[in-house]
Design a protein around this ligand. Sequence first.
Ligand SMILES: NC(=O)c1ccc[n+]([C@@H]2O[C@H](COP(=O)([O-])OP(=O)(O)OC[C@H]3O[C@@H](n4cnc5c(N)ncnc54)[C@H](O)[C@@H]3O)[C@@H](O)[C@H]2O)c1
Length: 351
Amino acid sequence: MTEVAVAVIGAGAIGRAHCETIRRSTSCRLVAIAEPAAAGRAYAEGLGVPCYSDARDLLEAVKPQAAIIATPNATHRAFAIACIERGIVALVEKPVASTLADAAAIAAASERAGVPVLVGHHRRHNPIARRARAMIAEGALGRLTNATVLATFYKPPDYFDVVWRREAGGGPVLINLIHEIDLIRHLCGEIASVQAVTSNAVRGFEVEDSAAILLRLAGGALVTLSLSDTAASPWSWDLASGESPNYPPQPAMVQTHFLCGTDGALALPTLEHWHYASAKSWFAPISRDEIGLTRGDPYLAQIDHLARVVRAEEAPLITARDGMLTLRATMAVHKAAETGQIVRPDQEMQL
Ligand SMILES: NC(=O)c1ccc[n+]([C@@H]2O[C@H](COP(=O)([O-])OP(=O)(O)OC[C@H]3O[C@@H](n4cnc5c(N)ncnc54)[C@H](O)[C@@H]3O)[C@@H](O)[C@H]2O)c1
């Protein structure tokens, strides 16, 4: 089958990772890069692919079938719309945009034109998440009651040499927690309300370094999330799941996500399933099935999915509208922390 022609807009950290993934894939081929900075242009030259400093020039000249938008968040809207106008399928990195208005504009343009836009919440493509979602859908947990998510890890001091990472919006809520919010929505359903407390007590920067969050889901389940980027801890999906080569393997497996229902419980990433073999009671023994860590590269799976969307074999696993709802729920965490109020994203946060 012919490989799908893909361009990458923005050859920074994640843009380069996408370039490498495309080069490893058998479903897509990298046809061009758009990047104004000298380092990114040298990178493109090293790969032997044409590089344009203006992404629109690339789209006009190369006419790729798909483009990956891996630029700063505030530019996502303009590049996504430029792709949609040309009938080019776009994979927009997360967050889908920097504001809800931009996210809504991308979603509306994509739907109006019938040109798919995917959002780079790559974790949905991880086989662990796929298996967990299937188990929940098949009723392995019964009715969901509670979930606990630990996202506690340590970013070294030099990470904060970049000014925007010390300022409001540059912190672990919008950068890291958004992945947890998206996974909760994907596995457990829509978020009806959000309560949160954030803290900058350790680093003292304008941005938060820790947060405690409580979600009520539309189905009634309650979710607590503990977040910190200044905790010397292994309890983080990125560290435990082994999905990214950026993090070293841990000496022992740890669980980071605990999902509970009326008929069973599931711990991730190892997919440890707890349930009663006979009558359900805390006085009876409970059994444990260890399904085990099913490793697979979610970034590669995402690229293969992009190819199938271009070929109209699949609908996007996460559309621009879906990405917008994840962004809205994540922004609700900041709003809840600032106001001390319970925030209902669908009623109180304008799109
Ligand atoms: N899914 C993930 O795992 C993941 C991980 C990291 C970052 N991201 C997201 O990817 C995006 C980029 O993040 P990053 O960490 O790679 O940032 P980065 O700063 O390393 O890279 C951004 C690149 O875009 C280039 N750029 C800026 N303006 C441009 C323009 N007008 N046209 C073309 N290129 C332009 C910059 O020169 C830079 O090379 C952000 O939206 C971020 O949230 C996602």
